[in-house]
Write a protein that binds this ligand. Structure first.
Ligand code: ADP
Ligand code: MG
Length: 420
C-alpha cells in the first residue's frame, strides 16, 4: 500500500465507518482523485454512491451530483449530513427551495463548506445556477443513473441530454458517470453523449449466483400454479409483478381468498395506502406484495425469497432489475416468469401508439425478452451475455441455477413450445 492508499482507507473509515472497499470502489476513487473522466457500471446495491461521495468529501471544492429523483437526492443528503457535524456539507438545489434557502446554499458553497451539491438535471439548466456554479470551485461532476441519457435505457430523460453542454460551461471539470444498466448499447450512448470516450471504465460483474431463474409457459392454470408455488414457500417474502393495475388487484384478491397474506401495490392506489402496503411488506406483516413495476425502486428488503413475473417484462433490463430484488442477502432467490406469446403481442399493441423511434426500440428490447424466454441454453449465460459479459456455463458461479440447466429440454421440444 502506498501512502495514498492508506490515506483513502483512513478516510473511508473516518467518514463511513467501513474498513474495506467493496468491489471496484477503490480503483474508481483513485481514478476520480486523479481527475480522470470515469465511468462506473455496477449492479444496484454495488455501492456506487460512495465512489463519488468519498472523493467529494476529501477534495477541495464542491462536487456536483446530478440525480433524477428528488426523493433519492434527499435521502443521500440526509445520509451525508449524518456523517458530519455540519449540515452545510451537502445540499440539494432544486425548484422547491425558498429564496432564503437558496441564499444559504450559495453561502455554504462559497465558503467551501459544501462538499456535495445534488441537483436535478432540469435545475442545472437554469441560467442563474449555471452562472453561480461558474464562479465557485467545482471538484467534479457526478452523473448518477447515467442511463437516463440513453433512449435504450429503461428510464430515458431528455434533460440528461443537455448535461454535457452545461458541464462544458463550467470549465475543465472531470465527469463521473454511474449506472446499473449494463447493456453495451446504453454504455456507448452514455460515453458518446457525455463526450467521454477517454473515460476510465470500471464494470463489475452482474452475475447473481444465488438467484435461480425459471420460465414457465403461461397457461389458463397460472393462478393455481402461483398459489401452489407460494404455498411451497410458506412464510417467505415474495413479489409478484403484473403488467396492469387490474391484474394486480385480481391476483391479490385470489391469493387472499386462498389464505395467502398478500397486498396490492400500484400507482392507482392513494399514497397512504401505497405507503401502508409497502411498510406491511417490509415489516413482514404480509408475505406477498402483488405489484406493477411502480413497486421496488429503492426497496431494500434483504430476504425477498421469490420474484414472480405474472406477465413478461418489457426488457431484459427490467427483468434483471426486478428479479434482482430477490436474495439480496445472498440467500435463496427464486425468479419465476410466466411466458406466453400473447403477452408479447399485447405489449406490442401498447407500444403502437408511441412515436416510431420509440416503438422500434421497444420492439427490439422485447424481442430480447422473447429470445430469453424461449432459449434452451443457460439462462444466466444468456442474461449476462446481454449485458456484455461472458459467463462460463460449466464452472461459473451459479452455473446450475436455472431450469434449462437443471432439466435440459431437447432442442425440438423447446421449439415446439415456442410455436405453441
Ligand atoms: P448503488 O447506488 O450501487 O445501488 P449504494 O451506493 O446505494 O448502491 O450502496 C448500497 C449499500 O452498500 C449501502 O447500504 C452502502 O452503505 C453499502 N456500502 C457501500 N460501500 C460499502 C463498503 N465499502 N462497505 C460496506 N458497505 C458499503
Ligand atoms: Mg445508486
Amino acid at each position: 500500500m502506498n501512502s495514498n492508499e492508506i490515506e483513502i482507507h483512513k478516510e473511508l473509515k473516518k467518514y463511513f465507518g467501513f474498513s474495506q472497499f467493496k468491489g471496484l470502489q477503490e480503483q474508481v476513487i483513485t481514478s476520480i482523485l486523479d481527475e480522470k473522466n470515469t465511468f462506473v457500471i455496477m449492479p444496484t446495491g454495488g455501492g456506487k454512491s460512495l465512489c463519488y461521495q468519498l472523493p467529494a468529501l476529501i477534495q477541495d471544492g464542491t462536487a456536483i451530483v446530478v440525480s433524477p429523483l428528488i426523493a433519492l437526492m434527499k435521502n443521500q443528503v440526509d445520509a451525508i449530513r449524518s456523517l458530519s457535524s455540519e449540515n452545510g456539507i451537502a445540499h440539494v438545489l432544486n425548484s422547491s427551495l425558498t429564496k432564503t434557502e437558496i441564499a444559504q446554499v450559495k453561502k455554504d458553497i462559497t465558503s467551501g463548506l459544501t462538499k456535495l451539491l445534488y441537483v436535478a438535471p432540469e435545475s442545472l439548466t437554469k441560467e442563474e445556477y449555471v452562472s453561480f456554479l461558474q464562479s465557485v470551485p467545482i471538484s467534479f461532476v457526478a452523473i448518477d443513473e447515467a442511463h437516463c441519457i440513453s433512449e435504450w435505457g429503461h428510464d430515458f430523460r431528455p434533460e440528461y441530454r443537455n448535461l454535457r453542454n452545461i458541464i462544458k460551461q463550467l470549465g475543465k471539470v472531470s465527469i463521473i458517470g454511474l449506472t446499473a444498466t449494463a447493456t453495451p448499447k446504453v454504455q456507448e450512448d452514455i460515453l458518446k453523449n457525455l463526450d467521454m470516450s477517454d473515460a476510465n471504465t470500471f464494470k463489475a460483474s452482474f452475475n447473481r449466483p444465488n438467484l435461480y431463474y425459471e420460465v414457465r409457459t403461461k397457461t389458463k392454470s397460472i393462478e393455481s400454479d402461483i398459489i401452489r408455488f407460494i404455498k411451497q414457500h410458506k412464510g417467505k417474502s415474495g413479489i409478484i409483478y403484473c403488467l396492469s393495475r387490474k391484474k394486480v388487484e385480481s391476483i391479490a384478491e385470489v391469493l387472499q381468498v386462498n389464505g395467502i397474506s398478500a397486498v396490492p401495490y400500484h400507482a392507482g392506489l392513494d399514497a397512504k395506502t401505497r405507503a401502508k402496503h409497502q411498510d406491511m411488506f417490509l415489516m413482514e406483516d404480509v408475505d406477498v406484495v402483488v405489484a406493477t413495476i411502480a413497486f421496488g425502486m429503492g426497496i431494500d428488503k434483504p430476504d425477498v425469497r421469490f420474484v414472480i413475473h405474472h406477465d413478461i417484462p418489457k426488457s431484459l433490463e427490467s427483468y434483471y432489475q426486478e428479479t434482482g430484488r430477490a436474495g439480496r442477502d445472498g440467500g435463496e432467490g427464486h425468479c419465476l416468469a410466466y411466458y406466453s406469446y400473447k403477452d408479447v403481442e399485447k405489449l406490442e399493441k401498447f407500444m403502437s401508439g408511441k412515436p416510431v423511434a420509440e416503438q422500434e426500440i421497444g420492439f427490439a428490447l422485447l424481442q430480447e425478452v422473447v429470445a430469453y424466454a424461449e432459449t434452451s441454453m443457460s439462462r444466466r449465460k444468456f442474461l449476462l451475455h446481454y449485458f456484455g459479459e461472458e459467463f462460463d456455463s460449466e464452472n461459473g458461479e451459479g452455473a446450475d441455477m436455472d431450469d434449462n440447466v437443471r432439466n435440459p429440454k431437447s432442442k425440438i421440444e423447446a421449439k415446439d413450445e415456442a410455436v405453441r
